[in-house]
Design a protein around this ligand. Structure first.
Ligand code: SF4
Length: 301
């Protein structure tokens, strides 16, 4: 519950507020852009109060996604409709309720023919599980890497789901049923493949679904300011060189949407995905990790 006694001093007057327990995970700013912004230390505050029903809904989503429960209101009644699961595109739902243990990573429910998928894990809440029940439950829990396991075990237990992770990150999920080794792509279920993409961590993987959706963990995300797919140079824990090689592995895939753990999901489009990924790996090798985040916004790659 948000702490009014720790309200951020920059919050504008009004119903909604953010407290200073914020950890700068950026999630609230993704759900409520223009309403919640970051101060110079990266702490979120309410820059503008919502003016429409859609903006109110955005604030509710931000509040329910926030891993520190730092976003509160003074007197509103909770809407009848839950903020999450929230359908991003037909068949793919943001789960919200981002977990502090994963530094607020996003997780996704994919309603998939005969075998629903949970990609990484949110907090386990019975109220959220009730809505997952209505969507058909979960057959496979797909873990992108060691950092975003969160409450995966509790979700898997509730549904008797199989749990997938790469062996190089498997110590973070000793309850996993399917531990994959090596660098070869592995079939998870019909239309769903696990693609090893070492770099962010040694055991990072992406999940490619139905030749159109790519769940990337912390390997690849949409960079809003650059308006292109990008990598987190400052959060490459294992190997920049391996991460560049992994971009070459992902480049030939057919992808319309990218759904990351951190950063924002985006409908990139098949052609734009191919064009942007074609030389991402080689650009990373040429520019290098230390200069990557400082390169010009439109360098021609
Ligand atoms: S989601 Fe919460 S912790 Fe993350 S940036 Fe927003 S207010 Fe801060």
């Amino acid at each position: 519950m948000a702490r009014l006694d720790e309200e951020h001093p920059l919050d504008v007057d009004g119903e909604w507020f953010v407290d200073t327990r914020c950890i700068d995970c950026d999630v609230a700013r993704q759900w409520a852009p223009g309403l919640i912004e970051a101060d110079e230390d990266g702490l979120s505050y309410v820059a503008r109060q919502p003016r429409s029903e859609e903006e109110q809904a955005a604030m509710w989503r931000a509040a329910e996604a926030c891993p520190t429960r730092s976003i509160g209101h003074r007197s509103l009644r909770r809407p009848a409709e839950p903020a999450f699961p929230f359908e991003l595109t037909p068949g793919v739902y943001a789960m919200g309720h981002n977990h502090r243990d994963s530094f607020g990573a996003h997780s996704y429910l994919v309603k998939h023919a005969g075998a629903n998928l949970l990609v990484d894990a949110p907090r386990f809440l019975l109220s959220l599980a009730d809505h997952v029940d209505r969507l058909g439950g979960i057959d496979h829990v797909l873990l992108s890497h060691r950092d975003d396991v969160a409450d995966a075990e509790r979700w898997a237990e509730r549904y008797g789901a199989r749990v997938w992770i790469h062996s190089d990150d498997a110590s973070a999920a000793p309850f996993a049923s399917d531990v994959v080794s090596g660098t070869e792509t592995v079939d998870v279920s019909s239309g769903v493949t696990l693609v090893p993409v070492p770099g962010h961590t040694r055991g990072s993987v992406a999940f490619h679904v139905d030749e159109r959706w790519l769940f990337t963990g912390d390997t690849l995300h949409w960079h809003q300011r650059r308006r292109r797919l990008d990598v987190f140079a400052g959060a490459t824990w294992y190997s920049w060189e391996h991460l560049a090689d992994s971009m070459d592995v992902l480049a030939p895939l057919r992808v319309e949407w990218v759904f990351p753990g951190h950063g924002i999901w985006h409908q990139v489009g098949f052609d734009a995905y191919s064009a942007q990924m074609a030389d991402l790996g080689s650009s990373m090798r040429r520019i290098g990790r230390s200069a990557w985040s400082h390169r010009p916004i439109d360098p021609g790659m």
